[in-house]
Design a protein around this ligand. Structure first.
Ligand SMILES: [Mn+2]
Length: 447
């Protein structure tokens, strides 16, 4: 029941305020835009509450890095956008510390008097509509209604985790917007005022291996459908295109099997910002670029509006776009393995572990009707990292599939039904491929 969910949020907020007085609060958050946005919301709310806190970002919690969590007696622990699937892993910490977990990943069963667990999966609500920044925003509201001005941060997380079409988000946006954020239904791109071929090449949600990351190919694409890319000596921007021209582009992209929901949708424009930082899609991709290139502190500072990092974040974003472009260019046929029921991207050494999820997501935007599994080497765990994405079949639960496979071949797994991850031991990758294909085949047979 939705009432119970909100009541719990309020109650946990009251408890948090009480127990965190004169304590050090240690915040551990995921390093992606949803985690960074959640941390930004909680940080601002804690400053307003006059609390002491520290923030650290993790790529992922796992048995290899769990000992990096150091807490002194009496410290309060807060986990954001991670933890729900790791409660057994952090059991020793929960036994010693009041622990608040604000997360939307599928939880494991675990309860303890010290644990305050905010996760939509534990309540009778549509968990798919939530991300951690939404939960963090609701939690911040329960601490103080003034925190409704943190809505902007919430949207970075929502766009990062692709929850912008959910009802929960649109209700919150409507209720707390105050006219500062304009919603525009248009091409889902990061800017309207850049040359259109650049926009096509670098809006990686509109993904096609022969256009994305390749400006020349994007120019050719536009010419082939009869669109002038220049007006005199000037490159034309998206804003200068006629409705008819935009329709031509959309139709052609759809004919190339790009998922229509990736092409047209809502963009969120922040009023009163320099153009380059005004489209939430661009802000989010900038935060994401910082995460993927291990510049997490810059991403966090940028998220909370620290102007001193603006220049470096612009550079990081350029570097990130170049890096993805190179990966797309190098990803040859031998890296892509298509089985009956799934597609595997063998990134291994070519794709860094921080990028494999991004690349898997991009390929899942192509209408292939099969889940995608990216595999790359992870230095920290010395294992293969797997990123699974499913946009095609609502009847499968990737998280459960990965959990059941690692139970057989070793490793760890967690996540969501449509986006899940795992670490698997080196040498098990081919067994993994066969097992995934077999389980999905059985699933399709049943469906
Ligand atoms: Mn998330």
């Amino acid at each position: 029941m939705i009432i119970l969910f909100f009541e719990t949020l309020e109650r946990v907020g009251v408890i948090f305020k009480e127990v965190s007085k004169d304590r050090v609060i240690k915040i551990y958050s995921q390093y992606d835009p949803d985690g960074i946005a959640s941390a930004a919301i909680i940080a601002k709310a804690l400053i307003r509450l006059d609390r002491f806190f520290e923030i650290r970002f993790f790529k992922q919690l796992n048995s290899k890095n769990i000992d990096k969590i150091e807490a002194k007696e009496g410290d309060i622990l807060v986990f954001l956008d991670m933890g729900s699937g790791h409660l057994k892993l952090i059991e020793n910490l929960i036994e010693k510390h009041k622990t608040f977990v604000i997360d939307h990943h599928e939880p494991v069963k675990y309860e303890h008097g010290n644990l305050f667990h905010i996760n939509p999966h534990l309540f009778d609500v549509n968990a798919e509509e939530y991300c951690s920044s939404i939960l963090a925003f609701l939690f911040a509201l329960s601490l103080d209604r003034k925190n409704e001005d943190l809505l902007e941060y919430m949207i970075y997380g929502v766009v990062g985790d692709r929850k912008e079409d959910g009802k929960v988000f649109s209700q919150l946006l409507e209720k707390y917007n105050n006219g500062k954020i304009i919603v525009e239904n248009s091409l889902k791109v990061y800017s309207k005022n850049k040359p259109i071929h650049k926009i096509l090449a670098y809006s990686f949600n509109i993904f096609h291996p022969e256009i994305s990351g390749n400006e020349l190919a994007a120019v050719e694409f536009l010419k082939n459908i009869g669109i002038n890319v220049k007006n005199g000596n000037e490159w034309r921007t998206l804003e200068s295109l006629t409705e008819d021209e935009i329709k031509k582009i959309v139709d052609k992209l759809v004919s190339l099997s790009i998922n229509p929901s990736e092409i047209i949708g809502n963009n969120f424009i922040l009023c009163g910002r320099p153009e380059i930082f005004s489209n939430v899609r661009e802000v989010t991709s900038m935060i994401n670029a910082c995460s993927r290139l291990n510049k997490i502190e810059d991403g966090f500072r940028f998220c909370i509006g620290d102007k001193s990092v603006y220049d470096s974040v612009v550079k990081i974003t350029e570097e990130y776009r170049k890096m993805i472009s190179e990966i797309i260019l190098k990803l040859g046929k031998d890296h892509l393995i298509e089985k009956d029921n799934a597609i595997f991207i063998f990134g291994k050494d070519l794709i860094p572990d921080t990028m494999i999820g991004v690349v898997s997501s991009m390929y899942s935007f192509l209408n292939k009707n099969k889940p995608i599994f990216g595999i790359s080497y992870d230095e920290e765990t010395k294992m293969y990292k797997v990123s699974g994405r499913n946009t095609s079949n609502k009847n499968i639960n990737l998280r459960n599939i990965l959990v059941s496979i690692v139970n057989e071949i070793g490793g760890e797994a967690g996540g969501h039904s449509d986006a899940a991850g795992a670490y698997i031991p080196i040498g098990t990758e081919w067994v993994f491929v066969e097992k995934v294909d077999k389980i999905l085949g059985e699933n399709n047979g049943k469906g």
